[in-house]
Structures are given as structure tokens and as C-alpha cells.
Design a protein around this ligand. Structure first.
Ligand code: NAD
Ligand code: TYD
Length: 351
């Protein structure tokens, strides 16, 4: 049996990846290491809790002894989702972003250096699959900074992060690069555009707007609402990560995106119209400082190397997502009331 460590597996994307891995690789043992910050929610994984191939460990990726213990068990794969992930929180308090996203990543890399066979820096031929162990750093297109009206982020675009969040993710990416170049570790990086789908914490644009619209509360649109994000369904992101983890070339970066560039205001109006709520609920508010104007990913390398393409169109994905939020208002209410934070105690106390 192969062993895979998924960090941040109680979050939005990590939990989808945990579920996908258990389904797609029934011969893998999945270890989910998550600190259960405000963004970690084990209720999201209630359906896999009893799967004998699944194990949850509450802990910090920055904890040296714990991470070393896990590597000492013999890990074939590590996928690092664990992070502080919300730009607005990084503006309010950058420190935890540097600690978790940069130092936490470095702690994982250091354990890999200690426990995984270190080779001379090498680059296998294109397309040649390297055997395990392998580590994948889940990064973001936000490390590239902002685009003007035209153009796309490619893997060669210089890193020019503008928020403490994206700067901390860029810092982690650079450490991954350095640990590959210097120590020859089998490390891969993916940089994805904005995700949407079920179980996203209602502080991010789409779930926040859905939740406010359902409650007839104002929908706060930053600035002029014309900032552009490139949206990808979370399951398409998870598919792409699985492919890169198994087939990517160590040392390489892979951009993941769906060519679904939409202005924020378009999305907000679409949500209101689908939920049959009035546009009068829209409230333009003061802009986010350092607000990136436009993100758009060139995912040509993913298509060329692996034939990967998103399965979801935005229209289909957003309809399904709206439906999911309508049918799962209890999940949203539990998050908003903070009740989800009691789940771990209830479920794991005394285990
Ligand atoms: P999220 O905030 O929903 O989840 C983050 C998870 O990490 C939570 O479960 C949290 O408890 C856990 N965590 C935080 N600090 C930790 C620590 N020190 N040790 C262990 N666990 C810790 O985030 P998400 O939206 O699922 O994003 C996951 C990853 O994907 C992040 O690295 C993010 O930068 C990246 N990413 C996100 C998007 C997006 O649109 N959401 C797009 C591209 C890349
Ligand atoms: P967000 O979901 O925070 O993702 P990111 O900033 O990482 O791209 O925001 C997506 C876009 O929506 C971004 O341009 C900021 C904007 N936004 C609002 O206009 N109002 C809001 O309340 C939020 C949370 C975001």
C-alpha cells in the first residue's frame, strides 16, 4: 500500500482531494494532517471518517517532531494544501501567513530532506515518470501579481506578489525551488486560479455572496466590481493535482486554470438572478488595498504534457454549486455559528 500525507485536508480544496484520493486510489493509505484553524472543518469529511484507509491527525505542519514522526513512517507522497488562504485576513494580520505558509512549508521540506533519499540535482527526461517519493506544493496564480487588460500568466511569468497572502505563497514556492535545485528532492509545484464549489468557507467571494443573498443581506462588492478572476471548479483542480503528482517532472511548475475569466460583478449578478433576489442588494464598498486587477492562467503546459482540460464549464459548475449551497444550508449555518469547531471534540475526544 502507498502512503500519502495530505496536509490541510480539512479545508475546502484539501477535503475534496482527500475524498478523490480515497475514491481513485483505493490502495493508498491517506493521512490528513490539519491544524483545524477556523478554516478546517471535519464535518466536511464525515462521509470518509470510517474508511479504514483514512486517518486524521490534528497538528501543525510547522511542528517539527510531529512532521518527522510522519515521515519516519515512510511516506510515498506528500501534497501540501495547508495554508492561511484568505487575502483579506492577510491584510489584517500578515504574521500567521508567513509562519504557516513559509515556515510550515520549510518544515515539511526539511523533513523530506532528512527522510527521503537525496540525489544529485537532476531533471529526468520530459514525460518520464519518476517513482515515489514525491512532494507537491499547492500554490496559486496570485504569486504572479496582477495582469492588465490582456495577456496570461505562464509558468515563466516573474513572481510579483502584491498581498501578504500571495507573498507568503511565493516565499514557499521559492523554497520548493531551492530545495529542488540544491538538494535534488523530488518536488513539484502547481499554481491554480480561483476555485469554487461545495464546502468553500463563506468568507470567499462566491459562498459569501450566496450566503448573504439567501439571508437578504447586502452583497459587498469591492471597488468598481470589475476585477477579473479566472474560475475553476474544485474537482478539476484536484484532478490536475493528482496528474501532476504522479506524472509531473520534479522541479517543474504547472499552471492550472479554466479560461473562465469573469468580472466579480458578473458573478454577483448571476448569483442574484439565479436565486431570484434583487440587484438592490449589491453594495459597492471601499476597495481592498493592493487589490489585483486581473488574473488569467495559460494552462497550455497542462494540456500539452498531460492532455488535461477542465471538465466543468463555468455555467454548469456555478449552477451545481448554487444548488449545493441551497441544499446544504445547515453546513453553512454551522460554519457561521462556529458550531463546526465543536465537531472534533465530539468526534475525537478520548480516541
Ligand atoms: P482553506 O483555507 O479552505 O483550507 C486550509 C486548511 O489548512 C484548513 O483546513 C486549515 O485548518 C489548514 N491549516 C491552516 N494552517 C495549518 C497549519 N499550520 N498546519 C496544518 N494545517 C493548517 O484553503 P483552500 O481554499 O482549501 O486552499 C488550499 C490550498 O490551495 C492553499 O495552499 C491555497 O493557497 C491553495 N489555493 C487555493 C485556491 C482557492 O481558490 N481557494 C486557489 C489556488 C491555490
Ligand atoms: P476572494 O474570494 O477573496 O479571492 P482572491 O482575492 O484570492 O481572488 O475574492 C475574489 C474577488 O472578489 C476579489 O477580486 C475580491 C472580490 N471580493 C469582493 O468584491 N467582495 C467580497 O466580499 C470578497 C470576499 C471578495
Amino acid at each position: 500500500m502507498k502512503k500519502i500525507l495530505i496536509t490541510g485536508g480539512a479545508g475546502f480544496i484539501g477535503s475534496a482531494f482527500v475524498r478523490q484520493t480515497l475514491r481513485k486510489h483505493p490502495d493508498y493509505q491517506v493521512i490528513n494532517l490539519d491544524a483545524l484553524t477556523y478554516a478546517g472543518n471535519l464535518e466536511t469529511l464525515a462521509d470518509v471518517e470510517k474508511n479504514p484507509n483514512y486517518r486524521f491527525i490534528k497538528g501543525d505542519i510547522g511542528a517539527k517532531d510531529l512532521v518527522e514522526q510522519l515521515f519516519a513512517e515512510g511516506l510515498d507522497y506528500v501534497v501540501n494544501f495547508a495554508a492561511e488562504s484568505h487575502v483579506d485576513r492577510s491584510i489584517a494580520g500578515p504574521e500567521i501567513f508567513a509562519r504557516t505558509n513559509i515556515l510550515g512549508t520549510q518544515n515539511l521540506l526539511e523533513a523530506a530532506r532528512r527522510y527521503w533519499p537525496v540525489r544529485e540535482p537532476h531533471r529526468p527526461a520530459d514525460g518520464a515518470e519518476s517513482p515515489a517519493p514525491r512532494y507537491l506544493q499547492v500554490s496559486t496564480d496570485e504569486v504572479y501579481g496582477t495582469l492588465g487588460q490582456t495577456g496570461y500568466f505562464t509558468e515563466e511569468t516573474p513572481l510579483q506578489p502584491n498581498s501578504p497572502y500571495s507573498a507568503s505563497k511565493a516565499g514557499a514556492d521559492l523554497l520548493v525551488r531551492a530545495y529542488f535545485q540544491t538538494f535534488g528532492l523530488p518536488l513539484l509545484t502547481t499554481r491554480c486560479s480561483n476555485n469554487y464549489g461545495p464546502y468553500q468557507f463563506p468568507e470567499k467571494l462566491i459562498p459569501l455572496m450566496i450566503s448573504n443573498a439567501l439571508a437578504d443581506r447586502p452583497l459587498p462588492v469591492y471597488g468598481d466590481g470589475q476585477n477579473v478572476r479566472d474560475w475553476l471548479h474544485v474537482s478539476d483542480h484536484c484532478e490536475a493535482i493528482d496528474i501532476v503528482l504522479h506524472q509531473g517532472v520534479p522541479g517543474e511548475v504547472y499552471n492550472i486554470g479554466g479560461h473562465n475569466e469573469k468580472e466579480n460583478i458578473y458573478i454577483v449578478k448571476l448569483i442574484l438572478s439565479e436565486l431570484k433576489k434583487p440587484e438592490a442588494l449589491i453594495k459597492y464598498v471601499k476597495d481592498r488595498p493592493g487589490h489585483d486587477r486581473r488574473y488569467a492562467i495559460d494552462a497550455g503546459k497542462m494540456a500539452k504534457c498531460f492532455g488535461w482540460r477542465p471538465r466543468y464549464t463555468f455555467e454548469q459548475g456555478i449552477k451545481e454549486t448554487l444548488q449545493w449551497y441551497l441544499e446544504n444550508q445547515e453546513w453553512v449555518n454551522s460554519v457561521k455559528s462556529g458550531d463546526y469547531q465543536k465537531y472534533y471534540e465530539k468526534q475525537y475526544a478520548g480516541r
